[in-house]
Write a protein that binds this ligand. Sequence first.
Ligand code: PLP
Length: 470
Amino acid sequence: MEDSVSKETLRSLPAVDEILREEAIKEAVETYPRTLVVRAVRNILDRTRKAILSGEIGPDPQYFDRSNLVGKIHEEIERLASFTLQRVINATGIIVHTNLGRSLLAQDVLERLQLIGSGYSNLEYDLQAGSRGSRYVHAEAILCEITGSEGALVVNNNAGAVVLVLNTLAQGREVVVSRGQLVEIGGSFRIPDIMARSGALLREVGCTNRTHLYDYEAAIGPDTALLLKAHTSNYQIIGFTAEVSLKDLAALGKKHGVLVMEDLGSGCFVDFTRFGLSGEPTVQDTVRSGVDVITFSCDKLLGGPQAGIILGSNELMAQLRQNPLTRALRVDKLTLAALEATLRLYRDEDAAIKAIPTLRMIATELGTLEEQAHDLLERLRNSMAAHIKGEVMDGSSMVGGGALPVQALPTKVVALSSEKISATRLEAHFRGYEVPIIGRVEQELFLLDMRTLQPGDVEVIVAAATQLAT
Ligand SMILES: *Cc1c(COP(=O)(O)O)cnc(C)c1O
């Protein structure tokens, strides 16, 4: 009985050709590629067929109404035709949000991208000699100028930088690491796994909470290639703890003729204590500590494009360049253009804080955020349905990107709630808007954190709120 009903319902579904003859679909073919329209028709018919067979849709005539089907097909065409990578509004308050693309590029950087991306460049061409040059010279000089390092090498990202250094300097040999620093950062980067893939042998020393200089010293032998310190960027060990300072580790390495490396994770050139955040070592201080190799990211606290930087002596950089892996981890010209432009901004620290969005968001004062929150709330009140209530509340933003995990930045949020719509549905509405707005739900409130909003975002948020059901 059931079966015959669903068979009959199935038969009432129109054929693909029949739908393609519908006036509204013919019009779509004038705007969109025919193959895309056909695919949309097939997708909707397939989905409907499956829903009938699973019993989800009964013989409901309204469902098979042509205009209903055509409407669904139009939505599907829009979906198939739209970009998959698109702009979203970050109202989460997490500044370096890895899922939302980490750092935003400064205006000067975008202009540089436009220039270098739209024309030819001397990427690997020596203009003085009139012959082949190296792409690696472009960011090197400014990196050495800012950090005080003798040499520098840029690769695709910091994970790549760590692999390259370990593989070049420690393949088949031992790398000594404290048990308190066997870091896992998101996206399957784990020190022990990376070490194994690089061909280096992990030699763990010390305990999770305490590692001493003598632990490292006792582990040094003829097979030791490196002493590695990993910045525990996304967690903190507190209580009865001890770790060896970079300076002491560097001195120990020198004494035994063993290289010392620090994976800084999120590198930064600015002292963050000026923003009330402590514990993030600067790259410059790390260079001064005397370690041999330093690696860090460019799209975390540095606020640049995705890339990884390796600092060390010219001799070490030459060794790294000879490794075929360097070719596999090669940076693109757009990355180099964006990186050089970002780094140049650091020549004037105060200007850098104004121009680099990541730094600007960290530096924004609470009073400014409060004013902006009240302004947003007022505009929302003027345009939202009456059942939606809003208020300005205190909140906390996070730096994100695995940096400064236990320190929050005080912020102001606009909190929305309604007796008719749950906070989860409010969240879904804003996330589903044509420019998706990503906020967070806390205690039955939908929160929009002012700290990570960009110029122009407020207008979009107001437009999205206007579309909420009355
Ligand atoms: C983020 C991070 C990495 C990886 O850097 P990517 O640039 O994301 O590849 C490596 N090590 C540490 C300690 C990190 O925090």
